[in-house]
Design a protein around this ligand. Structure first.
Ligand code: SF4
Length: 257
């Protein structure tokens, strides 16, 4: 029986791996990482140090495309409703690898969803219906993110730098098409060059599709309207932040949709 942990490079998946190793023994555990090729450089340091500390096998998968290349290929700009990048760069490579190597009765899959987001367990249970899927961080003892960061740092491993910069997750370098206005405003504040890179990519997609599309949307007079990254940046720069919903952080979760 193999115990396969979806290892995203986030603190939740690290804590999940630690729990699974404690219960099942490290020789029976495999970590599965899917690289979108736009990850933060410090994510690789985090993965390298934690995998060495846990001394377990790591399977590294990559489709070979970035989310932006996927959007061009599928001729659709990802957003909070449909994110093909998540399906093609994360779920599909992981699913293909699992199905190629293990029958449902030969493995258990583990995801890093915790007790505070247990409503998100429904989608993976449905998506992997023929496999057994477990969520160790939804079980006692319950841990907060800061508890986990302290436990990590007690091992002499620094938390991912995006957490220190106030990002809620460590996926896709702080970018995510499922994120909301508040998240992107934070990206602009903390990593403005990266924000501008994604702003340019969004403009390129608009020209490529020759359509008024955008990652973000906002509601005006009860109607949903597009909000480009360029508009959002200009609003922040002109201090028109009253129009920006800073509480709209969105929800990033490549394996929970
Ligand atoms: S983190 Fe967001 S942008 Fe990256 S692959 Fe997942 S859904 Fe797409």
């Amino acid at each position: 029986m193999k115990h396969i942990v979806f290892y995203s490079g986030g603190i939740g998946s690290w804590a999940t791996a630690k729990r699974v190793i404690a219960r099942q023994g490290k020789e029976n555990v495999v970590l599965l990482f899917t690289d979108t090729l736009i990850e933060d450089h410090d994510l690789y340091r985090f993965i390298d140090e934690t995998v060495r500390e846990m001394d377990v096998d790591l399977i590294w998968l990559e489709d070979g495309r970035t989310p932006w290349e996927v959007f061009k290929d599928v001729r659709y700009l990802g957003n909070s409703r449909i994110a093909q990048c998540s399906h093609l760069l994360k779920q599909k490579p992981a699913n293909d690898w699992i199905k190629t190597h293990f029958k449902p009765e030969d493995c258990i899959l583990y995801l890093g969803i915790d007790w505070s987001e247990s409503h998100r367990t429904k989608a993976p249970l449905r998506n992997y219906a023929s496999y057994r899927v477990e969520f160790p961080m939804c079980e006692e003892p319950f841990r907060t993110k800061s508890d986990l960061i302290s436990e990590l740092e007690e091992l002499g491993i620094e938390q991912p730098r995006l957490y220190k910069k106030g990002f809620a997750h460590n996926n896709c370098g702080g970018f995510c098409v499922r994120a909301g206005q508040g998240h992107f405003a934070h990206l602009l504040k903390e990593l403005s060059d990266l924000y501008k890179h994604h702003e340019i990519k969004e403009q390129e997609m608009r020209e490529f599709l020759d359509k008024d599309v955008s990652i973000l949307r906002r509601t005006r007079n009860g109607e949903k309207i597009n909000l480009t990254l360029r508009q959002l940046r200009e609003e922040v720069e002109c201090k028109k932040t009253d129009q920006i919903d800073m509480f709209d952080i969105g929800g990033c979760g490549c394996f929970v949709e």
